[in-house]
Design a protein around this ligand. Structure first.
Ligand code: PPS
Length: 290
């Protein structure tokens, strides 16, 4: 708790000091992946918790109830966080191991390439990421208070928020995808066609899914189920860390909420920057700019 107001800066990018130290960030470079590992990569607020839940459901089909008693951040811990090695020690020996990261590939690409670990990159419409992240700055006491939506909008576009630029994050990970066993999935795919998206993910992971398993997973990863479950909705986190009086971690869980927040001028500015940054990216994303 003593680090709640600390922001760590490493190579120009800031990180909440409540969860990261210089040492915990640098230790990632030495982390040895195993061939059976599965690494979930996200920019914050892209549906990390949702995918953490889906991954553990896919590998615990026989006992979907049991895993609901273990928080997602313990089941699929962040490799860069202070608590990582504690959670790693707590896990049972069964394979595969699941990990999460919000970091850029440069921290771990060398060791990832030396293993057959699989990488799942979950992306979300950056306009919705911005809005979700804005609300999270009001709720998470370990992040700097956002003075206004207008200010946060500018900071996000300039990459001056914790974990840096959304554009750099996705471009840097896409630029190494050929070197890895890599699967791209989006928040929008999961929202629009959950069965298809989960089946595609299961195919990538080589997981057999009976129709009844697929239905159960769709149920246990739904926003309505997860937002009611205290182990999944972050309500067990003390109010010194998440101010439950001002919001919820599981806030809305919808696509295109940005339309309620962006002014026409902000939208034009965002689109111009997006097109400039993403012009060379050939991936077809399921979100539209307008
Ligand atoms: S974090 O802090 O980076 O781990 O946050 P992250 O989990 O990436 O993102 C939080 C947003 O994801 C929404 N969410 C979901 N949406 C749909 N279905 C399910 N099951 C689900 N679980 C989490 C969550 O509500 C946050 O988005 P917003 O737009 O703020 O509601």
């Amino acid at each position: 708790m003593d680090r709640i107001k600390i922001i760590e800066v490493l190579e120009g990018i800031s990180y909440p000091g409540h969860l990261h130290t210089q040492d915990s960030l640098k230790a990632v470079t030495n982390f040895q992946f195993q061939d059976t590992d599965i690494l979930l990569v996200t920019f914050p607020k892209s549906g990390t918790t949702w995918m953490q839940q889906i991954l553990s459901l896919l590998y615990n089909k026989e006992d979907l109830q049991h895993i609901q008693n273990i928080p997602t951040w313990v089941r699929v811990p962040w490799i860069e966080q202070i608590y990582f090695f504690e959670y790693l020690a707590q896990r049972k020996t069964s394979k595969p191991r699941f990990f999460t990261t919000h970091l850029l590939p440069k921290f771990m690409i060398h060791n990832l390439k030396n293993s057959k670990a699989r990488v799942i990159y979950m992306a979300r419409n950056p306009k919705d990421v911005l809005v979700s992240y804005y609300h999270f700055h009001k709720f998470a006491t370990f992040l700097p208070k956002a003075t206004s939506f207008e200010d946060f909008f500018e900071q996000f576009l300039e990459g001056k928020v914790c974990f840096g630029s959304w554009f750099n994050h996705i471009k840097e990970w896409l630029s190494v995808q050929q070197e890895l066993d890599f699967f791209l999935i989006t928040y929008e795919d999961l929202s629009q066609e959950p069965r298809r998206a989960i089946q595609n993910l299961a195919n990538f992971l080589g997981q057999q899914l009976e129709p009844k398993d697929l239905e159960s997973i769709v149920h246990y990863c739904s926003f309505s189920f997860m937002s009611q479950n205290d182990q999944l909705n972050y309500s067990i986190v003390p109010s010194e860390i998440f101010d439950h009086s001002v919001g919820k971690f599981m806030r809305k869980g919808v696509t295109e909420d940005w339309r309620k927040y962006f002014s026409p001028e902000q939208n034009t500015k965002f689109n111009n920057i997006y097109l400039g940054e993403m012009g060379d990216v050939t991936v077809k994303f399921p979100w539209s700019l307008d």
